[in-house]
Design a protein around this ligand. Structure first.
Ligand code: SF4
Ligand code: SF4
Length: 347
């Protein structure tokens, strides 16, 4: 399905971050300056012409980019669906200017207690997530809770499911893809996660699990379609190939993304998934769009997860809110969930 246009513009608008998560090293990167509005605008125009429908403004922490609301409006005005994932440290002060500008807003939360979340984030972020969830509820935003599952955090999954269900926000269960052995998930972890697949407010894309069970991407028969599906741009206005995490080539852009990308795509399509670094690759952000580019088991697993997501987010949630809105602050809901858990564990 190489004839399909790219679906996603994966735009690194900053490498700066106010966390130093133990499973991430983006915050160590340079440049330490952010993407310029004029460059983003030009690249949005080109990406749209190439056929991209989604733009993910990512980082680093995207809310550190002072012009983020303007970038989002420019993207929406060009017909993009926008997505942003934030650690929420800045959300309380920026929520009003961002309202309505992010179609898919994700709040990162790694545990139901401050000690674990802040330990992993290496920053006092937990309280900000709870405050941000309340602000989002007050202003009518519907963030998803992005739960990155590691061997350290997997035991929080049942409590995270309860929290998401109480708030009627979707819990995105994101299996960690760090190459470090101590962060790796194994078969028993995957089976445990899948027990929660049928819960309404839980998004589990089992295509990621199948890929892991197959040993990740195979160089001899690659499943990666990053060059077909995704355009990746750095804060200093360079096209990164074939993907951000294993970039081999960075090409400076001069208002010519469409020309460069089409040329490089033809030239390097054969690269995707075939480099030595691609052996066993399970990088979620590139396999998610890649799943759409070949009709196989992974395609159908991913599609069914997305259909459920859309149904819960846009239909079921509205129905539940009409009947039984939860009005208590998130902190109170979470305290009750944690207390019940403690009670059950000691009973
Ligand atoms: S908040 Fe995101 S970008 Fe920042 S260190 Fe953590 S994972 Fe990396
Ligand atoms: S490193 Fe992973 S995402 Fe990047 S090209 Fe290779 S298989 Fe694809």
């Amino acid at each position: 399905m190489f004839f399909l246009p790219p679906i996603l513009l994966h735009y690194y608008i900053t490498y700066r971050c106010n966390c130093k998560c133990c499973f991430c090293d983006i915050w160590r990167l340079s440049p330490t300056f952010d993407a310029q509005v004029a460059h983003v605008e030009a690249n949005l125009n080109h990406a749209r012409r190439l056929g991209a429908r989604f733009v993910d403004f990512t980082g680093g922490e995207p809310l550190l980019h002072q012009d983020l609301p303007e970038l989002l409006v420019k993207a929406q005005n060009r017909g993009f669906r926008t997505s942003v994932t934030t650690n929420t440290i800045l959300y309380p002060e920026r929520a009003k200017e961002l309202k309505g500008k992010i179609d898919l807003l994700h709040f990162s939360l790694d545990a139901t207690c401050a000690s674990m979340h802040d330990h992993l984030r290496r920053a006092p972020a937990f309280e900000q997530v709870l405050i941000s969830l309340d602000i989002a509820r007050q202003i009518g935003e519907t963030p998803d809770i992005l739960f990155t599952v590691t061997p350290e955090t997997i035991s929080f999954l049942p409590l995270m499911v309860k929290l998401a269900s109480s708030l009627q926000f979707i819990l995105i269960v994101n299996p960690i893809f760090s190459p470090h052995r101590h962060h790796r998930l194994y078969e028993d972890n995957l089976r445990f996660i899948e027990k929660f697949k049928k819960y309404p407010y839980v998004y589990i894309n089992t295509a990621f699990h199948t890929l892991r069970r197959q040993g990740g991407n195979q160089i001899s028969k690659p499943r990666c379609r990053v060059m077909a599906s995704t355009i990746v741009i750095s804060p200093d206005n360079q096209l990164m190939l074939p993907c951000f995490h294993r970039r081999q080539l960075q090409i400076p852009l001069h208002n010519n993304l469409d020309e460069i990308w089409l040329h490089q795509r033809v030239k390097y399509l054969a690269w995707q998934g075939r480099l030595s670094v691609c052996a066993g690759c399970i990088i979620n952000c590139y396999f998610d769009p890649s799943f759409c580019y070949k009709v196989d088991r992974l395609f159908f697993q991913s599609l069914s997860a997305k259909i459920k997501y859309a149904f819960v987010k846009y239909a079921l949630r509205k129905y539940h809110l009409l009947r039984q809105p939860e009005l208590r602050p998130t902190k109170a809901i979470l305290a009750e969930i944690n207390a019940n858990h403690l009670h059950e564990a000691t009973a």
